[in-house]
Write a new protein. Structure first.
Length: 211
């Protein structure tokens, strides 16, 4: 198994998808990426998740994030299932789904947790930066569908904090005040954060979210 820790390079692979063969790193290009796995085709929670993901694609696009899903079934099965997803979720699937029949990608990304299920993948989420490094890893059991608002929220935080000396506090969402990184000296704050700041404690300094 490869190194899947935060900051490691996301393992590269070439796989068949519903949009043809994709080499993951080339396909990402300079963009951010979200890779999320589904236990299997024709399962109810996955059907709702993929439909929801399609409806949120515009929001991922705005954030320069490419979406790619994975399930351990073949392309023909995926394409047939997509008809059901589009019909039942009133949407059109608009991103590729990896056909990981040989579980090559699932194993590369440690998406099969045998204590949960020895054949199906769990609901994994990997968010990858433009530098191809892993920025976030989430694991959900098959019985719990993901919240796409939460995925956008963490992407907003990851992108904000990647480029500024900021962190985001509990329950933060886009537009809320941010935490100034502990590495920032008090004398640097005025230049870095011209909107001002509040010192609640010397180690807890808040500033409005920059534009
Ligand atoms: C589902 O997507 O609904 C599902 C898949 C595997 C186990 C339980 C639920």
């Amino acid at each position: 198994m490869s190194d899947l820790k935060l900051g490691a390079i996301a393992p590269d692979f070439t796989a068949q998808t519903t949009e043809g063969e994709i080499n993951f790193h080339s396909w990402l290009g300079e963009q951010w990426g979200i890779l999320f796995s589904h236990p299997a085709d024709y399962t109810p929670v996955c059907t709702t998740e993929l439909g929801m993901a399609a409806k949120y694609k515009g929001e991922f696009d705005k954030r320069n994030v490419r979406m790619i899903a994975l399930s351990v079934d073949g392309v023909a099965s995926h394409l047939d299932w997509i008809k059901d997803i589009n019909e039942t979720q009133q949407t059109t699937i608009n991103f590729p789904i990896i056909a990981d029949e040989d579980r090559k990608v699932a194993e590369l990304y440690d998406m099969i947790h045998p204590e949960a299920d020895d054949k199906l993948t769990i609901r994994s989420v990997f968010i990858v930066g433009p530098d191809k490094k892993i920025k976030l890893v989430l694991s959900y059991p098959a019985s719990t569908g993901r919240n796409f608002d939460e995925l956008l929220r963490v992407i907003d935080s990851l992108q904000l904090t990647a480029y500024r000396k900021l962190a985001t506090p509990a329950n933060w969402k886009h537009g809320d005040d941010c935490v100034i990184s502990p590495s920032v000296k008090n004398e640097e704050i005025a230049e870095l954060f011209p909107k001002g700041h509040t010192e609640i404690k010397p180690y807890l300094r808040m500033t409005p979210m920059p534009e």
